[in-house]
Design a protein around this ligand. Structure first.
Ligand code: ASP
Length: 439
């Protein structure tokens, strides 16, 4: 058995956190491949090292003095090294970083140093081999991650390696120029490594005990999700549930490797298992609820729309021409509604309206703003009668007016549109009926 373990920034923010991580790794001899993030916040008012690096490099790029800011970053690492009583000096590394900043090596290079330096410390602390991600994670000329070449390179490099630390978040182009993933990208590195070493599980250690059924800012102490499928996770993540980087599921998913989200500060919790498929029923009919505010509905009316071939395409073309992506398109006999993000749409609304008139010749267009969308997600819905009925009666009892309903053909989710003002009430009502009352 082999496990790849990735630790997030808050799990590595201080020497104290490093010690917890060391204990977790040493408690299981299968935890042989480690991916660290850069040190995160030690408390709510603290700064993440990645953000400090971006800011410091910003000064360098403007030709300003950045020495004081670089020293602050150095102090963060020194504090960890001292706290762990390691015989390690990062002086040479920081000299190189300073030179590279002066040469304007780019913000990708700058940000990547957070993980790079933490990787060096982690490798020494554990006695594992350090493998620089720039040597094994490749980006193509188009800036896209090259998964197949990376997989081959990583396998080759790790052949015969017993235990290794590979810093998260970055790789390089073929010429060696460093390139980062988007923010939170160490999750992706962990997944890439799990695929390459054909791990049995990818453990992703963070500061929460997995995914929760609902947002804790809305529901007081919501229950956790024990097992969730990749598809369910996509639905919830799209609606704002964020614990794991969206792209982190792809490398492991193709190999059927499960992801286990765990809590560094509460290592005995089982966390959440993310799997391809399972016969395990979730505890409740629904797996999770997530939602977002700030949508806008564009209602388009035209008599005999149902028999006009190509009407939908023409309407959507008006959005495409203006560079606006649509979220949902429920339709009726003579009506069609397009849901979009309000802040994206707002500045272009009149252009879009005139484009719809020009392209599709509708009778009437009406715009309604301040919508929230709520996704109720669950693989259990397929085999349970009355889920929709329960949702809507709960909403009616809570005095919430439902403005839109969209059940995906996978029967994995039901999306409900309500006004922004009813958002929290609606989520509470749905959580209560399925989780607290278990009806
Ligand atoms: N350190 C990077 C960030 O703050 C990447 C990561 O933590 O995954 O986004």
């Amino acid at each position: 058995m082999k496990k790849v373990v990735k630790f997030g920034g808050s799990s590595l923010a201080s020497a104290e956190q490093f010690k917890k991580v060391g204990e977790i790794i040493r408690a299981d001899k299968e935890r042989k491949f480690v991916v660290p993030s850069a040190p995160g916040k030690r408390d709510a008012d603290d700064a993440k090292v990645t953000d400090m690096l971006y800011a410091c490099y910003g000064l360098a790029e403007e030709g300003k003095d950045f020495k004081a800011q670089l020293n602050e970053i150095k102090a963060r690492y020194q504090e960890i090294i001292d706290g762990l009583a390691l015989e390690l000096s990062l002086e040479d590394e920081f000299r190189t970083i300073e030179e590279k900043f002066k040469e304007k090596a780019g913000d990708n290079y700058a940000a990547s140093r957070g993980e790079y330096l933490n990787g060096i410390i982690m490798a020494m602390y554990l006695g594992y081999e350090f493998v620089d991600a720039a040597e094994v994670i490749l980006f193509g000329e188009d800036g896209e991650f090259d998964s197949e070449t990376t997989n081959k390179m990583l396998r080759e490099r790790l052949k015969g390696v017993e235990a290794a630390v590979v810093p998260g978040f970055y790789g390089a182009y073929e010429d060696g120029t460093v390139k980062t993933f988007s923010r939170g990208g160490s999750d992706i590195t962990g997944s890439i490594l799990a695929r390459a070493v054909q791990a049995n599980v990818y453990e992703n250690w963070t500061d929460v005990s997995g995914f929760l059924i609902a947002d804790p800012r809305i529901i007081y102490r919501p229950e956790g999700i024990e097992t969730i499928t990749y598809k369910e996770l996509r639905e919830l993540a799209y609606m704002g549930a964020s614990v794991l980087h969206e792209d982190a599921i792809f490398p492991v998913r193709r190999e059927g490797i499960p992801i286990n989200i765990r809590n560094t500060n509460s290592p005995n919790d089982n966390g959440t298992w993310i799997v391809e498929s399972t016969c395990q029923k979730s505890k409740y009919v629904i797996t999770g609820i997530a939602g977002k505010k700030g949508f806008c509905a564009i209602n388009i009316d035209k008599d005999m729309m149902n028999s006009e071939i190509g009407f939908g395409r023409k309407v959507l073309q008006a959005f495409e021409e203006n560079g606006i992506s649509f979220e949902h398109v429920p339709s009726g006999i003579d009506t069609m509604t397009v849901f979009v993000h309000q802040d994206e749409f707002m500045h272009k609304e009149q252009q879009v309206v005139s484009a719809i008139h020009r392209l599709a010749d509708p009778d009437h267009i009406d715009i309604e703003g301040d919508f929230a969308l709520i996704a109720v997600v669950g693989r259990g819905m397929k085999s349970t009668r009355g889920t929709a009925g329960r949702i809507f009666s709960a909403l009616a009892h809570a005095n919430v007016n439902v403005k839109m309903i969209d059940q995906g053909s996978s029967e994995l989710n039901i999306i409900i549109g309500v006004s922004n003002a009813d958002f929290e009430t609606a989520i509470k009502a749905i959580y209560d009926i399925f989780v607290l009352m278990q009806i």
